[in-house]
Design a protein around this ligand. Structure first.
Ligand code: ZN
Ligand code: ZN
Length: 181
């Protein structure tokens, strides 16, 4: 099965980062990935998906909106949507999330505001790692005990920086067996 990934920018206008991300995902995923970037960024701040008292996106709602928006293509096996959100997100019970994957909806999101830094290369790496991590969840991977593996759980930006933008051998073989290659 080849995996088709749609990247949907949400309030995110940095096209060069989007194109870099798409290229790196293609290169680093151990299974063949067909990546498409939406030409139209969308804003979701006017909906019930943004919590104005916390100034954060409700991550579950963002994934639900993406699922609704892409329901025609998500009906096809092996199709997924990754939302790249310029902002911060949370889920009930957590102060924030770097990203959220909901495999049942075939959608994932990454929130970039906590990944930002003056060092553009570092920022790109952080976005890439979080995108790989959430995509890994969409494809069936859980959290990995290897702290260097991109599927390791990150609770802080230093933990994001500690892990590598690669899947460890255990996660690679799981991914391949999920996809059937
Ligand atoms: Zn995770
Ligand atoms: Zn791993």
């Amino acid at each position: 099965m080849s995996v088709k990934l749609f990247i949907q920018p949400i309030g995110f206008n940095d096209r060069s980062t989007l194109h870099w991300l798409a290229e790196e995902l293609r290169r680093r995923f151990p299974v063949s990935l067909d990546v498409r970037i939406s030409l139209w960024p969308i804003g979701l701040d006017y909906l019930d998906v943004f919590d104005w008292s916390r100034m954060q996106f409700k991550a579950v709602r963002v994934n639900e909106v993406l699922q609704e928006l892409y329901k025609d293509v998500l009906g096809l096996r092996g199709s997924f949507v990754l939302g790249l959100v310029a902002g911060d997100g949370y889920v009930e019970g957590l102060n924030f999330v770097f990203g959220l994957a909901i495999p049942e909806l075939s959608t994932a999101t990454v929130y970039t505001s906590r990944l930002e830094t003056g060092d553009r290369q570092l920022y790109h790496l952080r976005v890439l790692k979080e995108a790989m991590h959430e995509l890994g969840h969409l494809l069936g991977l859980g959290h990995c005990p290897n702290r260097r593996c991109v599927m390791s759980f990150s609770n802080s930006i230093s933990e994001v920086d500690f892990k590598e933008p690669w899947f460890c051998p255990v996660c690679v073989s799981k991914l391949k067996s999920f996809i059937g290659v």
